[in-house]
Design a protein around this ligand. Structure first.
Ligand SMILES: *[C@@H]1O[C@H](CO)[C@@H](O)[C@H](O)[C@H]1NC(C)=O
Ligand SMILES: *[C@@H]1O[C@H](CO)[C@@H](O)[C@H](O)[C@H]1NC(C)=O
Ligand SMILES: *[C@@H]1O[C@H](CO)[C@@H](O)[C@H](O)[C@H]1NC(C)=O
Ligand SMILES: *[C@@H]1O[C@H](CO)[C@@H](O)[C@H](O)[C@H]1NC(C)=O
Ligand SMILES: *[C@@H]1O[C@H](CO)[C@@H](O)[C@H](O)[C@H]1NC(C)=O
Ligand SMILES: *[C@@H]1O[C@H](CO)[C@@H](O)[C@H](O)[C@H]1NC(C)=O
Ligand SMILES: *[C@@H]1O[C@H](CO)[C@@H](O)[C@H](O)[C@H]1NC(C)=O
Ligand SMILES: *[C@@H]1O[C@H](CO)[C@@H](O)[C@H](O)[C@H]1NC(C)=O
Length: 832
């Protein structure tokens, strides 16, 4: 689908969801029958019609209306349980379907004794013309079975076939249209990673529908008449989890869920890790569900970040059994950065003939500097029909069983007894298990909460940087000059790691042994002081693990000193084509790009006003000891609309080769200018050569131009870093190339957002890491809009000028720590 197609699609979706917001979903087909009842029954806001109404046709050997002798009074639904229809012999309901598509089929069962019929003993099969829904089915307490099937013909047949010597019964029945958008044709798979296609033709049985951290939600509070149950009974360790609730915060946004997907009562409550804000918390919250082996399951997660107070605070992992299905998930990122937007994700489990438990876990992401937490708002587990079209055992389709019916009759007498024994045995085991579970439930309460943090204290130390060094909380990050002197061995020349026009950068060690980079500006003017202070305020507002953080500053004695976290591994640029560094693997490069993209994405979206970095380049992407990327020098970035043009035009000089061509037309920088520059960085990472190299032949001087030429020819592999040769999977390279290409679109509007770029890079990483069967890309290549015709404006620019610029800027880049534009600006401002 093209970008435009996608937009129209999501737009249509949101109109749909608006419609349903105000009026609720209005099902075209809506059959509600109170079986065995001669009068209508109202339950909540719905009316179940008397069983003799003409809206459906039932063919059955005998009409037996059963009525319970004692009245059942447990819930609203008990009204439906007062009566039942006994189906003594194969019986068929036929519903005429006005609108083809997916429909609910819900059966209500409540066994009681009527006349000679003891419904507790009934054993029967239920199927539609296409699928087996229940086989060898029996019940001993009230139960609702919910299925959904896509009806493609003009009628739906529901056939009840009693086991030999038995009969069938039913207390109530629903056949109701479902909005088309509820179940789409595809879902993600894992193990291996890919896409499942063909959900349209699946019959689904809802086996679990859970409202995490909240109460039961009854059909009248759900636009599609669904029931959601609380999650406590499924939690493996309740001590690890806690509830939160904030229903008013839930937002339904474009690209996310709609109220028909799940009501806000589901999205507005959640179970989260009971981490107590302890940065060392490291455990999973796990739910376990009993499932039938030999079936695949559609698992739908509902997420809504009602936990965070701001964007980019929550990242977590999601597992199904032992497979990770979402890594570093931040639901808001996937919803155009709307906090508390409702999101759902579908996964199809692999087929396993021996697995009878399905576990779902959430746990903290391994990203440092983020408080560990994880959230789940709702979960649905739907059983999918097997290759025989059955949702129950290996039952053959009814057409087959019909022809074998006579045989069944003969075997019946003996088999009936056997079945009864087997069923009794199963029930006995089931009851025991329930008892056992209940018992465990009690003992759970006194299991002491494990001290989970002991093994990972690393997060804590980084968190505390900001506070341990601050001498006075009112002054925030102010560090006494003597402490800076001590940290840098009194500005020891041997500790200088970089020199620029503004002054020097020293490596330093604070007395709590935190390594730092200390930038000491030249003596300042009054105006310089004002800017210095503004910048410190701004810098201290941005805290993100992919942004180099400011640890402190010092303005005593006319000094202008900024103290940053120390980045052990220097600049990305240095690793790409600097001297003497081991070459980075493709995976490392992708992870670095992803990290940097996250940092930029945060700058663009994590603050009330978009902040434009304005100098994105490989020399401003720094790497810590674990090669984690952090964006540096965002300190003098400006918020979007407030750009003052004269300022911009003087500030952009440093980085030709990375510069947005639109700047030449509009004299204006936007977030999309950063996206352009980042696109150039992507090609730089791939090709490992300077973005401007005047020593090369004319057509090769400008990397952006050169790489785009090969990308358009579809032969990007011709110019990649030779050390990567043969090590990049073609799919990953293609995704990466496409992403870079979109970033370099001539017009800002045609470029993706940093969020899209991030998504695509993550996808490129997945494609690198996993063998993907088939071509699942069909669904995801479209994350970035169609490519606009490319005319590279760099051709206007005089090359000798560029060469000079790149030379001066490479002086700046010599340091392990990026030379700060902060200081170059401070120096400049002195001159004004
Ligand atoms: C259904 O049966 C009841 C009582 O037997 C009767 O009053 C009612 O009119 C019947 N309705 C239809 C549609 O036949
Ligand atoms: C039902 O199945 C048909 C045929 O496979 C498909 O075209 C249609 O989109 C499906 N509808 C739904 C709601 O699944
Ligand atoms: C969580 O929610 C359930 C159901 O609403 C409630 O019984 C339980 O007490 C809640 N637990 C906490 C810790 O709030
Ligand atoms: C359910 O709906 C009823 C009215 O239909 C309302 O009074 C009640 O508060 C709702 N409950 C929840 C949990 O939303
Ligand atoms: C969470 O569960 C997954 C899957 O079982 C496992 O790989 C991971 O190590 C667990 N994490 C923690 C912190 O226990
Ligand atoms: C099926 O599940 C069982 C039990 O969880 C597991 O031991 C086995 O490895 C699984 N088989 C496959 C093919 O995944
Ligand atoms: C479910 O049944 C349909 C036929 O209605 C079939 O096409 C599909 O392959 C079955 N699903 C699985 C997982 O076998
Ligand atoms: C019902 O159960 C019996 C005994 O367990 C088995 O032989 C038979 O195949 C089952 N029938 C169906 C349709 O699954």
């Amino acid at each position: 689908m093209s970008d435009r197609g996608l937009k129209i699609f999501t737009c249509a979706l949101s109109i749909l969801s608006l419609a349903s917001l105000c009026c609720g979903f209005n099902p075209v087909d809506n059959y509600l029958i109170d079986c065995g009842s001669s009068s209508d029954t109202t339950v909540g806001d719905r009316v179940f019609l008397a069983d003799n109404s003409t809206s459906n046709s039932l063919s059955t050997p005998k009409n037996i209306f059963a009525r319970a002798s004692t009245s059942v009074t447990s819930s609203d639904y008990s009204l439906l349980y007062q009566t039942a229809r006994i189906l003594d012999g194969t019986s068929k309901y036929t519903f005429s379907i006005q609108q083809p598509g997916r429909h609910w089929i819900r059966f209500y069962f409540y066994p009681f004794v009527y006349d000679s019929y003891n419904m507790n003993r009934a054993i029967f099969h239920v199927s539609t013309q296409d699928h087996v829904l229940l086989s060898n089915f029996s019940v001993n307490s009230n139960v609702v079975k919910e299925f959904s099937v896509n009806v493609t013909s003009t009628s739906l047949e529901i056939i009840f076939t009693p086991s030999s010597n038995s009969f069938a019964f039913l207390n109530a029945l629903e056949v109701v249209s479902i909005p088309d958008a509820l179940i789409t044709d595809d879902a993600s798979t894992f193990d291996p990673l890919g896409t499942f296609q063909g959900l349209f033709s699946q019959a689904l049985e809802t086996v679990f529908r859970v409202n995490m951290g909240g109460p039961t939600i009854l059909p009248e509070n759900d636009t599609l008449g669904r029931t959601w149950v609380p999650d406590q009974d499924f939690l493996i360790n309740e001590n690890f989890a806690t509830n939160i609730s904030k229903i008013s915060a839930v937002k339904y946004v474009e690209g996310g869920a709609t109220p028909d997907i799940a009501p806000n009562a589901v999205y507005g409550t959640a179970t989260v890790m009971k981490s107590g804000d302890d940065p060392r918390s490291n455990f999973n919250v796990t739910w376990q569900f009993n499932v039938d082996p030999g079936f695949q399951y559609l698992v739908r997660f509902h997420f809504c970040d009602i936990l965070s107070k701001a964007l980019n605070e929550l990242y977590f992992e999601v597992y199904i059994d032992s497979s990770i299905v979402a890594k570093d998930l931040d639901p808001s990122i996937l919803l155009q950065n709307i906090l508390a937007g409702a999101l759902y994700m579908d996964f199809v489990t692999p087929l396993n003939d021996s697995k009878n438990k399905l576990r779902v876990s959430i746990g903290p992401s391994s990203i440092p500097n983020v408080l560990p937490n994880a959230i789940l708002n709702g979960l649905e587990i739907m059983k999918m029909n097997n290759s025989l079209g059955s949702l129950s055992g290996s039952a053959p389709l009814l057409s087959d069983s019909r022809s074998k019916k006579n045989v069944g009759m003969i075997v019946g007498l003996t088999a009936g007894a056997v079945i009864a024994v087997v069923v009794a045995a199963i029930m006995f085991m089931f009851c025991r298990k329930r008892k056992k579970l209940a018992h465990q439930g009690h003992s759970k309460t006194w299991i002491p909460l494990p001290v989970s943090g002991g093994n990972s204290p690393t997060v804590g130390s980084k968190y505390s940087n900001g506070t341990t060094v601050s001498v006075n909380s009112n002054l925030g990050y102010c560090i006494p000059f003597v402490a800076v002197q001590e940290a840098t061995n009194n500005f020891d020349e041997a500790w200088v790691i970089g020199i620029g026009g503004f002054g020097k950068v020293y490596k330093g060690v604070l007395n709590d042994s935190t390594k730092v980079a200390v930038k000491r500006g030249n003596p300042r003017s009054q105006q310089g002081l004002a800017e210095f202070q503004t910048e410190i305020e701004m810098l201290s507002q941005f805290r993100h693990r992919h942004l180099v953080s400011l640890i402190g500053y010092c303005d005593e004695k006319n000094e202008m000193i900024l103290i940053y976290e120390y980045m052990e591994n220097g600049t990305l640029k240095g690793h790409l084509y600097g001297a003497g560094r081991p070459s980075l693997s493709w995976k490392e490069r992708l992870e670095i790009c992803i990290g940097a993209a996250r940092g930029l994405h945060y700058l663009h979206t994590g603050y009330a006003k978009a902040v434009i970095h304005r100098d994105v380049k490989s020399a401003n992407i720094l790497l810590d000891e674990n090669l984690m990327a952090k964006v540096a020098d965002f300190g003098l970035s400006k918020t979007g609309p407030e750009i003052d043009q004269t300022h911009v035009s003087t500030a952009v000089k440093g980085s030709f080769g990375y510069l947005d061509p639109e700047y030449f037309r509009r004299q204006q920088l936007t977030e999309k200018s950063d996206v352009y520059s980042f696109g150039v960085v992507l090609f730089e990472v791939l090709c490992a050569r300077p973005v401007i190299d005047p020593t090369l032949p004319r057509e090769m001087v400008n990397l952006a131009e050169w790489a785009m030429k090969w990308q358009k020819k579809g032969q990007l592999e011709q110019i990649i870093d030779p050390t990567l040769g043969g090590k990049i999977r073609p799919d990953s390279l293609r995704k990466f190339g496409e992403t870079a290409e979109k970033c370099l679109a001539d017009f800002g509007v045609d470029r993706p957002s940093m969020g899209d770029v991030l998504w695509n890079l993550e996808y490129a990483l997945q494609l690198q890491e996993v063998v993907v069967p088939g071509d699942p890309e069909e669904n995801s290549t479209n994350m970035i809009g169609e490519l606009s015709p490319k005319i590279n404006n760099f051709s206007h620019v005089d090359n000798s000028g560029l060469a000079a610029q790149s030379e001066t800027s490479s002086v700046d880049d010599l340091s392990g720590v990026s030379m700060s534009k902060v200081f170059s600006q401070l120096v400049k401002s002195e001159g004004r």
